[in-house]
Design a protein around this ligand. Structure first.
Ligand SMILES: Cc1cc2nc3c(=O)[nH]c(=O)nc-3n(C[C@H](O)[C@H](O)[C@H](O)COP(=O)(O)OP(=O)(O)OC[C@H]3O[C@@H](n4cnc5c(N)ncnc54)[C@H](O)[C@@H]3O)c2cc1C
Ligand SMILES: NC(=O)c1ccc[n+]([C@@H]2O[C@H](COP(=O)([O-])OP(=O)(O)OC[C@H]3O[C@@H](n4cnc5c(N)ncnc54)[C@H](O)[C@@H]3O)[C@@H](O)[C@H]2O)c1
Length: 455
């Protein structure tokens, strides 16, 4: 460990989000002297404007939908409408408790927290926005990303996901632009919580990275739930109505949409690499201005590392955390293991949720050839929805390769899929075959049993 002046550290972490905090805690646990620089709320995107408040809204929407099912079953209940201001107290109290937990753990770990925005002065020094220099043997950049707006006239009239988390009531009519994770998630939440939602996708499908059939079933479920989904939409501009009461989308053919109370852009994110002084140090960035890291999360500059959304790694909280912990184990505990980026499971918290691990059928065919790929699917109405005669359907799918039918992809859309996948993701990583699944006795009656009963 380095000796030296007060402001010398073994590690300086820039950014106190998922990756930065995980790194700071792990390095300190190995005995390193750590400084963590974070000008905003601890926890970064995930805790403040990402996974956590999003999941809270998803849970509220899910409860509301279940109340509607309960009314169909015969429970004597009024129509479920959420008073957002009441719920937001619960959501923000939960987040406040996370902040307090981090604060306590940082103090206990002896990590110096600098509530400062910083930039790199040289490969061992960062300068805080109050002019103070900090020196570190190693620098870890974990500055995450921010929402990106499309480059069209009137884009500033629209909102992004950060703004969504400041809303205190659902806008009556919302246009969502985009077709990725955030568009799919917020469309479901807003529709279930009382907005009328129209989703404008520029491509021909939702969730381009996910299995096409499963994404098509989600589109169908959304349409059944009342979400208007439009594909092949070329956005040209956002305009405010002459009387100032609403917003309209103009498409590239000159067509003008209906009136909306809010337009929400879910059109991707941009890495926070501006104003960090990276160019001057020669830190390599890709075309999207993300930091290029190797398998060890090292940049091309010795002693400068990066984790999380600011890098080319998948933008998921558990990825940032796992990469950070492995890196710190290597830096400060002599470990050699690397973060294994294969078969990362993920869930889109849509309504119903879509859980996925491994290869889509399309990817498997491209990688292994058509003849080697065998897809198995089970489309069904989950019991809860069948009882209520609600149209929502589930689609579970397995993608297998070779004679032994090794399972290389599991894609689950439906009630409970978010909680079902984790265990099966372990099995997939262990290299199971279709026969291993079939040899496992089903748990009945569940949705999960469909995974082991597929023929
Ligand atoms: C709406 C939404 C929902 C999401 N839902 C999920 C989900 O359900 N599951 C999931 O796995 N992932 C989800 N994600 C993605 C997840 O939030 C990110 O992958 C994760 O937060 C990345 O962590 P990070 O540490 O790389 O960056 P961040 O969490 O963004 O943290 C970066 C931190 O760096 C700080 N910073 C920036 N510049 C500086 C500077 N110059 N000096 C000092 N500090 C600086 C910022 O203030 C910030 O606190 C979601 C994202 C969004 C936007
Ligand atoms: N449940 C989760 O784990 C979760 C939830 C939310 C976000 N995230 C992470 O955050 C990342 C960012 O989410 P996101 O939904 O913003 O990005 P995304 O990359 O998932 O989707 C962006 C969407 O915007 C569209 N788009 C981009 N530019 C456009 C334009 N000019 N006009 C119209 N459409 C445009 C793209 O075609 C795509 O459909 C995700 O990739 C994911 O890694 C994860």
């Amino acid at each position: 460990m380095s000796a030296g002046a007060d402001r010398d550290y073994d590690l300086i972490v820039i950014g106190g989000g998922s990756g930065g905090l995980a790194a700071a805690f792990r390095a300190a646990a190995h005995g390193a002297r750590v400084a963590l620089c974070e000008p905003d709320a601890l926890g970064g995107t995930c805790v403040n404007v990402g996974c956590v408040p999003k999941k809270a809204m998803w849970l509220a929407a899910d409860v509301g939908a279940k109340v509607e099912l309960a009314r169909i079953f015969g429970f004597d209940l009024p129509q479920a409408t959420l008073d957002w201001s009441t719920f937001l107290v619960h959501r923000q109290r939960y987040i406040h408790n996370i902040h307090a937990g981090y604060r306590r753990r940082l103090d206990e770990a002896g990590i110096a927290v600098m509530p400062r925005r910083v930039r790199l002065r040289d490969v061992r020094t960062v300068v805080c926005d109050d002019g103070i220099d900090l020196r570190g043997e190693r620098l870890l950049i974990a500055t995450g990303g921010r929402p990106l707006r499309p480059d069209v006239p009137g884009a500033d009239l629209g909102c992004v996901s950060d703004d969504f988390f400041r809303w205190t009531a659902p806008p009556p009519r919302v246009a969502i632009v985009g077709a990725g994770y955030i568009a799919a998630e917020l469309a479901g939440v807003l529709q279930a919580l009382g907005s009328r939602v129209e989703l404008f996708a520029r491509g021909e499908r939702l969730l381009a990275e996910f299995d096409a059939e499963v994404a098509a079933q989600l589109t169908e479920d959304y349409r059944q739930a009342g979400v208007h989904v439009r594909f092949g939409y070329g956005l040209d501009a956002i305009e405010r109505d002459a009387d100032g009461t609403g917003l309209r989308l103009r498409d590239i053919a000159g067509g003008v949409s209906e009136r909306f109370d809010a337009v929400l852009f879910a059109t991707g994110r941009r890495a926070n690499t501006d104003d960090l002084g990276l160019e001057a140090l020669g830190v390599a960035l890709d075309a999207k201005r993300r930091i290029v890291v190797d398998a060890d999360n090292a940049t091309n500059v010795d002693g400068v590392f990066a984790v999380g959304d600011v890098t080319t790694d998948p933008a998921l909280t558990p990825v940032a955390i796992a990469a950070a912990r492995r890196l710190m184990d290597r830096c400060f505990a002599g470990a050699t293991a690397r973060f294994d980026r294969s078969d990362i499971p993920t869930v889109v918290f849509s309504h119903p949720p879509l859980a996925s691990v491994g290869l889509t059928e399309e990817d498997a065919r491209a990688r292994h050839g058509d003849a080697a790929v065998h897809a198995y699917r089970s489309g069904f109405r989950p019991m809860l929805h069948a009882l209520a005669e609600s149209p929502q359907r589930s689609l579970f799918k397995l993608v297998c390769v070779g004679e032994e039918r090794r399972v290389v992809g599991i894609h689950l859309l439906g009630e409970g899929a978010d909680e079902i996948l984790q265990g099966f993701a372990v099995a997939l990583k262990r290299g199971i075959t279709l026969d291993d699944l079939r040899d496992t006795v089903a748990i009945h009656p569940t949705s999960a049993e469909e995974v082991v009963l597929m023929r």
